[in-house]
Design a protein around this ligand. Structure first.
Ligand code: ARG
Length: 463
């Protein structure tokens, strides 16, 4: 005689109840309940499909859809009681459905498994999040274009090795950030295509014996493709890994930009001021205004890189097909989404509130011999070989350091002691404006190019 089965949706073959700690340890309801909307959407499409192929009667489908709508309402009104004993979002919703509509609720799971169900839920959820993140990314890009346009003529020192290199325009610098984010946006578009594929129909691992119509389900859920191997469909989370990799790159770009903002708003640089509402003070040093927002974004990049390594490691040893390991995909994915969305939002809000200190930027560009390359190019245009020109300019700079003068502050007599090729017209190139305007080609720093790039950027954003 068999013992009584335990009170779980899968309790039939069990005689002893789950250990209380194991129940809590294996449950995912604490975090996967955020998938409820997508779980219900997946169930609606699945039930409709079962109706279409005749596995469920029209009346059964109607009852199930009605019940699912009630469950959705209860969740959204905060009335739903989530149960750890019911393990996850899927079984919580199914149990409540059955409580509401009776035995017909138990038919919903026909031809389906939680394995293809959860894979479907994550894909639907991630698809929505990618759309929201892409929109936020574009809002930030729009803010960068506005700032680039407003500061197209603003001159700052450009750096290599964080040493003053050549004058650039601040607008050009903002457009560098814009370009990084443009590639990031492209990565999200690309990743979305592979996310947007239907696992349902794969059931536990091998497919199902019912005459299912996967095209119908795919269409109902807006999937542009169908996962073509059931083992792969329930098992792989590469689409989530790919998303987190794209997220890591976005965060890396935001982190680099943050680092520059932090430097620029220090007293030593004084290139910009961040809006008060994006900074905090010190409890002990009254003079302080700390760039907390960019610092925090720089810091959060670490945890998102960590999530990428976490998911890659989660996947690497798994044999086909589904393993419970995959339940661990959710928290890193969710945390990535939350922090990425938050970082993009605050960055997009912060950019328009930046005050650009044009004078200190200009002075810094003057101080750093940033037109030295222009002087060398001037000599080359007059027939001096580049290596000789390099040497002449090096000597001029050395003299400038001794005399405390920038190249543009020297007289033509002072400059011509290093080469008699140098004449009065040298001052056309030694000015900061002359230097940036001369780099007037696609991708160059000239104000004219910045304005053109802003227009191209706006067209891209609208497209
Ligand atoms: N909570 C599970 C997860 O997130 C759902 C799938 C469970 N499937 C199973 N065969 N135990 O992966």
């Amino acid at each position: 005689m068999s013992n009584q089965s335990i009170d779980k949706p899968w309790g039939g073959r069990f005689n002893e109840p789950t250990d209380a700690f194991v129940e809590a340890f294996t449950a995912s309801i604490g975090f996967d309940k955020r998938l409820y909307k997508h779980d219900i959407a997946g169930s609606v499409a699945h039930a409709q499909m079962l109706g279409k192929v005749g596995v469920l009667s029209a009346d059964e489908v109607a009852q199930i859809l009605n019940g699912l709508e009630q469950v959705l309402g209860e969740i959204e009104r905060g009335e739903f009681e989530w149960s750890v004993a019911l393990e996850d979002v899927h079984m919580n919703i199914e149990a409540r459905l059955t409580a509401l509509i009776g035995d017909v609720g138990k038919k919903l799971h026909t031809g389906r498994s939680r394995n293809d169900q959860v894979a479907t839920d994550i894909r639907l959820y991630l698809r929505d999040e990618i759309d929201a993140i892409s929109a936020e990314l574009k809002r930030l890009q729009g803010a960068l274009l506005n700032l680039a346009e407003a500061e197209a003529d603003t001159i700052m020192p450009g750096f290599t090795h964080l040493q003053t290199a050549q004058p650039i325009t601040f607008g050009h610098h903002m457009l560098a950030w814009f370009e990084m984010l443009k590639r990031d946006a492209g990565r999200l578009v690309d990743c979305r295509k592979r996310v947007n594929s239907l696992p349902l129909g794969s059931a536990a691992l091998a497919g199902t014996t019912y005459p299912i119509d996967r095209e119908f389900t795919a269409k109902a859920l807006g999937f542009e493709a169908i996962c073509e191997n059931s083992l792969d469909a329930v098992s792989d989370r590469d689409f989530a890994i790919e998303f987190v990799a794209a997220a890591s790159l976005i965060m890396t770009h935001l982190s680099r930009a943050s680092e520059e903002l932090i430097l620029w708003c220090s007293a030593q640089f004084n290139f910009i001021e961040l809006g008060d509402s994006f900074c905090t003070g010190s409890s002990i040093m009254p003079q302080k205004k700390n760039p907390d927002v960019p610092e925090l974004i720089r810091g959060k990049t670490g945890r998102i890189n960590g999530h990428l390594v976490c998911l890659l490691t989660l996947m690497k040893g798994q044999p086909l097909a589904y393993n419970k390991d995959n339940q661990e995909d959710k928290e890193p994915l969710f945390d990535t989404i939350d922090n990425l969305r938050g970082s993009l939002k605050v960055f997009a809000d912060m950019i328009p509130a930046i005050k650009v200190n044009r004078e200190p930027m200009r002075e810094a560009a003057i101080r750093g011999f940033s037109t030295a390359t222009d002087l060398a190019d001037y000599l080359v245009r007059k027939g001096v070989p580049f290596r000789d020109a390099h040497e002449i300019v090096g000597k001029s700079v050395n003299y400038g350091i001794e005399q405390g003068k920038d190249l543009g502050e020297m007289t033509v007599e002072e400059l011509s002691q290093f080469s008699d090729t140098i004449q009065q017209d040298v001052f056309d190139v030694l000015t900061l404006e002359g230097s940036v305007s001369a780099r007037n080609h696609l991708g160059g720093t000239a104000p004219q190019q910045v304005r053109k790039a802003v227009l191209r950027g706006r067209t891209w954003l609208a497209g």
